[in-house]
Design a protein around this ligand. Structure first.
Ligand SMILES: O=C(O)CCC(=O)C(=O)O
Length: 279
């Protein structure tokens, strides 16, 4: 077996993750959440295109110039809708990521990838390519939430079964399987698993995926939330969210010592006074 079945049993899902390097959890988002997130995402994507700031990719490799690709990426969803912040803080998200990455794990980035007709397959890679490939455990893990059905044809994320245990860098020609599933499913994959966006071979279909990329508490995040979180989101963010975004202490890391914020798990804030040159 290369594609473990979709399950809603988290123990079973964790077993799949250990054996295959990925698992699929059904009904991770309910119908109302799917519909709200999908509507928000499509409006955001349209808004970024209208402003001329859309990030487009998915063109064949080596295609030069600034031609817009058929796929659209949307960055930093934490700033772009309450539904996205809710998905980050869902019990399922926190429970799964804590089981895989330990207490104090962080959101590394939260983005969307909308594949469009003609979108090319992404080169197989791992999400912890900056670390030695033979790491005995994942430093990071990803949750790809499906806002519509992920199919072979519309670019479901490709994953290489058991590649997380290979101890090698990805072989771009390895045989992969499509992590398909109905809307609401989440594909969870270990940071060592070889994977990439699938090719979209449809005539007019899009694939709507949210990528909630997480890391252990001592790993540097992909998104620098301390700089990029919008002030109005920061002001209203509950401590639990701030903690997951990295405004928090992990062991002896991440504190703002001058302000006395050094306690494990404490939320840290920008000091109002600074100790500078004395004497
Ligand atoms: O969109 C996907 O299916 C996966 C995207 C991915 O692998 C990446 O952005 O690194």
């Amino acid at each position: 077996m290369d594609l473990p079945p979709i399950t809603d049993d988290l123990d079973e899902a964790c077993g799949h993750l250990r054996e295959f390097g990925f698992c699929r959890i059904g009904d991770a988002l309910d119908a109302a959440e799917v519909s709200e997130a999908k509507e928000r995402l499509l409006r955001q994507a349209e808004g970024e295109r209208a402003l001329g700031i859309a990030h487009r990719d998915g063109l064949p490799q080596g295609t030069g110039g600034n031609a817009p690709g058929p796929n659209q990426r949307i960055a930093n969803l934490v700033n772009k809708g309450e539904i996205f912040r809710r998905i980050v803080m869902k019990d399922l998200t926190r429970t799964m990521m804590t089981r895989v990455l330990g207490d104090g794990c962080l959101l590394s980035s939260f983005t969307a990838n909308i594949t469009g007709p003609g979108g090319q397959a992404m080169r197989l890679h791992t999400d912890q390519g900056y670390a030695p490939p033979d790491s005995p455990w994942p430093l990071v893990a990803n949750m790809a939430f499906m806002l519509n059905d992920f199919t072979e044809e519309n670019g479901a994320t490709r994953v290489v079964p058991r590649s997380h245990l290979s101890g090698r860098r990805p072989d771009p020609d390895a045989r992969s399987v499509a992590g398909t599933g109905p809307a609401g499913t989440v594909l969870v994959f270990d940071g060592r698993t070889w994977h990439g966006t699938g090719a979209n071979t449809t005539r007019d279909g899009h694939r709507l995926g949210l990528l909630a990329y997480h890391c252990r508490g001592f790993v540097r995040q992909q998104e620098n939330f301390a700089l990029s979180l919008a002030p109005e989101v920061y002001e209203r963010a509950p401590d639990d969210l701030l903690r997951v975004l990295g405004f928090s202490v992990f062991g002896s890391l991440g504190g703002v010592r001058a302000a006395g914020h050094g306690t494990r798990g404490a939320v840290v804030r920008r000091p109002t006074r600074f100790v500078t040159e004395l004497g």
